[in-house]
Write a new protein. Structure first.
Length: 520
């Protein structure tokens, strides 16, 4: 693979929006392990939170973000994100993204859990698809941007690949590019770059039930961890309260929180509203509270789901604002105007990730992390709904502002060792990989889910250790495949979640432990 100024790993909102800005300052390669539009971004429904009109104010959005995050969010990062939000939404509009408007010409704003005002810009219930398509269209036709589909980033290149020792205590680690696997040639290529951007998205597939597409296997977090960069906040895994209950389907289809914003109500098996027992904000309380309440209701009833009642909204609301949800439900035999929708919480979003500063810089020089794989400090112990698309845009812009000032003073490194595949043989037993993935998902769902305890975490840690040893053995002796790399990355991600959860001796936001109930 040729050298490039900017190597962007990931083609979701974070990677594409960075590329569309960085292409003014140099050549950009975007690599993506699937087709370019298979991303979490594509599936986003609710929209993008931005203060637009009175009576909303930046201060109200800041307060809601801090409250949802249990005051663990970094106040400086929260202010930056919210004060820069309108400019970043303007960028989206300039790139052609179309947000719904009312017939007075104003933006039609939605409301979601934890928001004190209507402030969510959306494109019906397919906001992510609209963003993904418009950004991809711009990037695809730009002469300075090259998009390489079905290329898998395996490792980040640092001094370690020049034969020098790098430890987690090293303070001078630099990134020079990545080893990238090309499944067509089955070879690992060296991609050298002056700046590297990790924008690899989420981690949902570490769990048994998730709203995330299959690409979300924590690759970026795992790669940076192996490169000895800092990772934080991984214990804060957000479960979305309302994924459609349809056990044979993976990923789980999301029923947007905006439907609750429009008036849909959570109900138990007897048709009774139950959220007011848990929080005065009812069905629109922040997600950690709603997911835990549903988990509790399911334990009380012994059933596998609860219901979302949107029947009273009527056909017009569904056809105008939630056509995708209506037709999906219909395809599985649920007429949302006549039937209640069975819903269950599902792993949805990683609030933690690769530690970055206010310019998206990781602890490794010339390496940025953006989007869901990064931890900017915005979300604290629980993300406020629809703040993540916004975060991706704000920090992609900032990372580009930082990178453009130094790109011309960085030189390509010489002497990276070629990938060593000596002694590996083709792995005939893919069943071992598939089985390990299932075991890992079951461990994480059963012991490291919505409700945790010291004993459950210890059990998860011990079980994971066995899978870790088996996976490393298999990886060392097998010819590379994407699936085995993903398994290895999921094991590393699961380890980081458990490690951080074990360290936190309190219940806070998304990390709830029955051993520390009173602190939440
Ligand atoms: P993604 O969009 O997931 O892109 C990741 C990219 O990295 C992909 O191109 C993938 O192929 C690539 N990649 C990963 N690993 C590798 C590798 N090893 N090598 C090469 N490429 C790799 N947030 C909101 O703010 N509002 C919403 O309404 C909303 N709704 C959501 C609904 C659903 C169903 C889901 C799943 C999430 C939703 N979110 C929402 C969260 C939000 O969509 C994501 O956090 C955001 O889109 C992540 O963007 P990203 O660019 O970081 O990653
Ligand atoms: C949703 O539409 O409910 C998802 C919004 C989000 O994850 O921010």
């Amino acid at each position: 693979m040729a050298e490039t100024d900017f190597l962007v790993i990931g083609s979701g909102i974070a990677g594409l929006s960075f590329a569309l800005k960085a292409c003014q300052y140099g050549k950009v390669y975007i690599i993506t392990k699937s087709v370019a539009d298979e991303t979490s971004t594509r599936y986003a429904q609710g929209g993008i939170a931005t203060v637009m009109y009175e009576p909303d104010t930046f201060e109200k959005h800041i307060k809601d973000t801090m409250t949802a995050g249990c005051e663990l969010s970094d106040p400086n990062i929260v202010r930056i994100t919210i004060y820069e939000s309108q400019d970043r939404v303007k960028d989206l509009v300039q790139w052609g993204v179309d947000f719904d408007k009312t017939n007075t010409g104003k933006y039609d704003l939605g409301k979601e859990g934890g928001h004190s005002e209507f402030r969510v810009l959306h494109h019906k219930d397919t906001t992510g698809l609209e963003i993904q398509q418009k950004l991809y269209q711009q990037a695809k036709t730009h002469p300075q941007i090259k998009i390489l589909e079905n290329y898998f980033a395996v490792e980040l290149l640092t001094q370690h690949h020049l034969g020098k020792e790098v430890t987690k205590h090293s303070t001078d680690i630099e990134c020079y590019g990545a080893y990238v696997y090309n499944p067509r040639t089955k070879l690992v290529e060296i991609a050298l770059a002056k700046c590297v951007v990790v924008a690899t998205g989420g981690i949902g597939n570490v769990y048994g039930n998730t709203t995330n597409p299959s690409i979300a296997t924590g690759d970026g977090v795992a790669m940076v961890h192996r490169a000895k960069g800092a990772i934080r906040g991984m214990e804060f895994v957000q479960f979305h309260p309302t994924a459609l209950y349809h056990p044979t389907e993976r990923p789980a289809f999301l029923i947007t929180e905006a439907l609750r914003g429009a008036g849909a109500i959570l109900k138990d098996w007897h048709g009774n509203e139950f959220m007011h027992k848990y929080d005065p904000r009812g069905s629109l309380a922040p997600r950690d509270i709603v997911s835990r309440a549903i988990d509790n209701e399911m334990k009380i009833s012994g059933e596998d789901h609860v219901y979302l009642d949107a029947r009273h909204l009527g056909q017009d609301v569904f056809f105008t604002h939630f056509p995708n949800i209506y037709s999906k439900c219909l395809s599985v035999g649920i007429d949302a105007v006549k039937d209640m929708i069975p819903v269950v919480p599902a792993a949805h979003y990683s609030c933690g990730g690769i530690t970055v500063d206010e310019w998206g810089r990781t602890t490794i020089a010339n390496l940025y992390a953006l989007g869901e794989c990064a931890s900017t400090g915005l979300h604290g112990a629980n993300r406020l709904a629809s703040n993540s698309l916004l975060e991706s845009l704000v920090f992609s812009h900032r990372a580009c502002e930082d990178a453009r000032q130094k790109i011309n003073s960085i030189h390509f490194v010489q002497g990276i060792k070629p990938w060593n595949a000596e002694g590996t043989v083709s792995n005939e037993e893919m069943i071992l990989v598939t089985q390990s993935i299932r075991e890992l998902q079951s461990i994480m769902s059963n012991y490291v889910g919505i409700v945790r305890s010291n004993l459950r975490l210890q059990r998860a840690f011990d079980r994971l250790n066995i899978i870790y040893r088996e996976t490393e053995m298999l990886y060392q002796r097998s010819t590379l495949t994407i699936r085995i790399c993903e398994l290895r990355n999921m094991v590393a991600t699961a380890y980081l979640i458990i490690r951080e959860a074990m360290k936190r001796k309190e219940s806070l936001g998304l990390h709830y432990s029955i051993d520390y109930p009173s602190k939440n």
